[in-house]
Design a protein around this ligand. Structure first.
Ligand SMILES: Cc1ncc(C[n+]2csc(CCOP(=O)(O)OP(=O)(O)O)c2C)c(N)n1
Ligand SMILES: [K+]
Length: 477
């Protein structure tokens, strides 16, 4: 407790300092646009930059370095109009003009991409090589995710499970990001990333058990469907309140750092999640504590019925990383190779340099928000169709593996038929399996069950005795 208190005091202190530092970083960035900045890097800069530029994703770091160097070489004019002040965080230039930072940098942050719309690698693109074995597992898992969505969605429509939520359109984000991590990296998901769990080896039976809330579900049927979690696979249980997982990931990353583990924490969230206070607190905390965490934002255009234009007026989420002093990248979320490369590089930097990294993946939520939603009520059908067909990440990636000679139509039909069979079997087994006994509803939270819960249990048992016909017969009392 005392250590926790000291740490939180330290974090608080650093947090207060970083408040003013942010402004300095922003002004340093703005001054990099100033005409007196040398247009190219000098030779010592070059050496520094080439260290970073081995990886094009580090362009941002090099640019930042350049603006910092430029700041150092500002000529100090003695008439007092152009002086520099030493201030915590670096030198600050005085200017006589009344000038506000613009609300936007004019040009939008560009988006890292390797595969064009036709699944061809863009010439000159630099990316992390993927072996045939990994490439094929990535494809197979993306297809499995698609089929799982179809079958579970239908099961909900048939009234066999109470709720479901698909990942359609975000298969590349799910699978390619997972492929770039290792099992020691701790995942803090939102709810649209079951593919990460699938990649790690959660079985189709385990998915089905959770959705049916049977006695083999690790949550013992106490959560809605799709709230998966696995201790074995380092995947924290999905929790519905938006963005609560983001600061959790930072805390876990801090602990990985203290224990000197070669691993990072990874947290996923949507564009909607970035409007929560938890997101901002987490980014600032991660930046000042320098912890190995990857913030993965799935910018899919919609937060239920709220379009991104009503969610934020910044250039998406990526720019916010920079505002908090976090190295960030925007990536095409429907390009599996780009997502893989970006997360691979992010993981390397996060662990080696003990720092947070933000990845913003541009994508689209092709399905309705969940089975409780009809998205045609608030968005045009042709918008959905465009993303579902022309921008589908799975068929784009399939074209790439086919071009490599790794895939063909026969392999495709065999895969789809096998996965479908396995899933239908898993659903049948999960549905027939006993439900957890009612008494389990009251366990696992308190060491000693408190009297008010005991009382609720007694009232519930009495109610069931009075109305046995209204109580589901498959749940043991
Ligand atoms: C704190 C909180 N506020 C509101 C909700 C209701 N809610 C559930 S999902 C959702 C939209 C989240 O959108 P986003 O984070 O962009 O993720 P997406 O569903 O697009 O993947 C909202 C508002 C919630 N679960 N938690
Ligand atoms: K949450």
């Amino acid at each position: 407790m005392a250590i926790w208190f000291l740490r939180s005091r330290l974090a608080h202190h650093l947090g207060q300092r970083i408040g003013s530092l942010d402004a300095l970083k922003l002004s340093s960035w703005a001054s990099s646009l100033h005409p007196w900045i040398p247009p190219s890097l000098d030779s010592s800069d070059d050496r520094y930059a080439s260290k970073f530029l081995r990886n094009p994703m580090d362009l941002y770091a090099a640019r930042r370095f350049r603006s910092a160097k430029a700041q150092e070489s500002v000529p100090v004019v003695t008439d007092g109009s152009n002086q520099v002040m030493d201030f915590p965080g670096g030198k600050v230039m005085f200017v006589p003009e009344l000038r506000f930072l613009a609300e936007s940098p004019g040009e939008r942050i560009s988006c890292y991409r390797i595969l064009d719309d036709d699944g061809k690698t863009i010439s000159g693109s630099s990316f992390q090589e993927v072996s045939k074995e990994i490439a094929l597992k990535m494809y197979s898992d993306m297809v499995t995710l698609q089929i799982m969505d179809t079958i579970f969605y239908e099961a909900q429509r048939q009234g066999r499970i109470s709720f479901y939520l698909t990942t359609i359109g975000e298969e590349a984000i799910n699978i390619a990001s997972a492929a770039a991590l290792t099992i020691d990296d701790i995942v803090f998901p939102q709810y649209r990333e079951p593919g990460v769990l699938l990649w790690r080896g959660f079985t189709l039976q385990e998915f089905a058990n959770q959705c049916f809330g049977n006695k083999l579900d690790y949550g013992k049927g106490r959560q809605m469907p799709i709230h998966y979690g696995s201790n074995r696979l380092n995947y924290f249980t999905v929790s519905s309140p938006i963005a609560t997982q983001v600061p959790h990931a930072v805390g876990a990353a801090y602990s990985l750092k203290m224990d000197k583990k070669h691993a990072c924490a990874v947290t996923y969230f949507g564009d909607g999640g970035t409007s929560e206070g938890d997101f901002h607190a987490a980014l600032n905390f991660a930046a000042v504590m320098e912890v190995p965490v990857i913030f993965f934002c799935r910018n899919n255009g919609w937060a239920i019925s709220t379009p991104t234009a009503e969610q934020f007026r910044s250039d998406g989420a990526v720019i916010r990383g920079q505002a908090y002093g976090i190295r960030s990248i925007r990536v095409d979320g429907n390009d599996a190779l780009a997502v893989y490369s970006a997360v691979h590089a992010a993981r390397e930097m996060a662990i080696r340099e003990s720092r947070p990294i933000l990845v913003e993946a541009l994508t689209y939520r092709v399905g309705h928000h969940s089975t409780s939603d009809d998205s045609t009520k608030y968005r045009p059908v042709d918008e959905i169709e465009h993303w579902r067909t022309a921008r589908d990440p799975v068929s784009r990636y399939r074209k790439w593996i086919e071009r490599n000679g790794w895939w063909c139509d026969d392999a495709e039909s065999e895969l789809r038929s096998n996965v479908r069979k396995e899933l239908l079997h898993a659903v049948q087994v999960a549905e027939r399996m006993d439900k957890p006994p009612l008494a389990e509803l009251f366990t696992d939270v308190y060491d000693q069950v408190p009297s008010n819960l005991r009382e609720q249990e007694r009232l519930l048992t009495e109610l069931i005795k009075q109305h046995p016909g209204d109580y589901p017969p498959e749940v043991p009392v």
